[in-house]
Ligand binder design. Structure first.
Ligand code: ADP
Length: 202
């Protein structure tokens, strides 16, 4: 959604970003969709129906997010993943959550920065496809990690801009009262995401 569109929606009272900042948590209300940013562990989001895995192409356990998710889910997750692998950059597939506190895991393969091109479109596809799965399955809450910003090397502020822009563009296609959480690994990652989200919804 570009700035002119956002302005028009604001004028008509449809798009009214509401900002709340409490205990280092940024929360933005866009229409009836809530976007929040927190510091935490993606594998410990007890109050989200679905959690997103920054997966590898083979959907195998690995380091970073994929490691944390597979360890918490238990070996059944890797077994269920076999039927979907391999996936391509930008794609998303869903499994059950096994021993995770979440009913579902949505596995997204982000682009390797500088190798899988165009990186911004492929990264946007991850968020778009995950939100489509969320919508199709009537999932009310989802937790994302910062896809591609670990071993795949995507600069964090650039990745955050792609992620939030894609979500803001899709708000009109989502049922109301959905909660979209970004779980960042460090306080500095949280600050980067807060800054970008504030700029995009100012
Ligand atoms: P990718 O291969 O897509 O880059 P990574 O798992 O290497 O995925 O990292 C993605 C982002 O998630 C990085 O910013 C990393 O610091 C962060 N991260 C790593 N482990 C966790 C975790 N347990 N919870 C939340 N974020 C994490």
């Amino acid at each position: 959604m570009n700035k002119i569109k956002i302005r028009a929606l604001k004028y008509r009272g449809i798009f009214k970003p509401r900002v709340e900042q409490r205990d280092g948590v940024l929360e933005r209300q866009i229409g009836r969709i809530t976007i929040e940013c927190i510091v935490g562990d993606i594998a410990a989001q007890k109050d989200c129906r679905a959690v997103v895995n920054a997966a590898n192409a083979q959907l195998l356990p690995g380091g970073g997010v994929a490691g944390a998710i597979h360890i918490a889910a238990g070996p059944g997750l890797a077994v269920e993943c076999r039927k979907w692998a391999p996936i391509k950059p930008g794609e998303a597939v869903m499994t059950s959550g096994h021993n995770l506190p979440n009913q579902y895991v949505i596995h997204c393969l982000g682009p390797i920065y500088g190798k899988d091109k165009p990186s911004d479109l492929l990264l946007a596809n991850c968020y778009r496809n995950a939100l489509k799965i969320m919508q199709e399955n009537k999932i009310d809450s989802i937790a994302f990690p910062a896809i591609s910003t670990g071993v795949f090397g995507y600069p964090k502020a650039e990745a955050a801009r792609v992620a939030f822009k894609t979500i803001i563009d899709m708000v009109g296609q989502l049922d109301p009262d959905k909660r979209i959480r970004f779980v960042l690994h460090t306080k500095s990652d949280l600050e980067i995401h807060q800054k970008v989200l504030s700029e995009l919804t100012a």
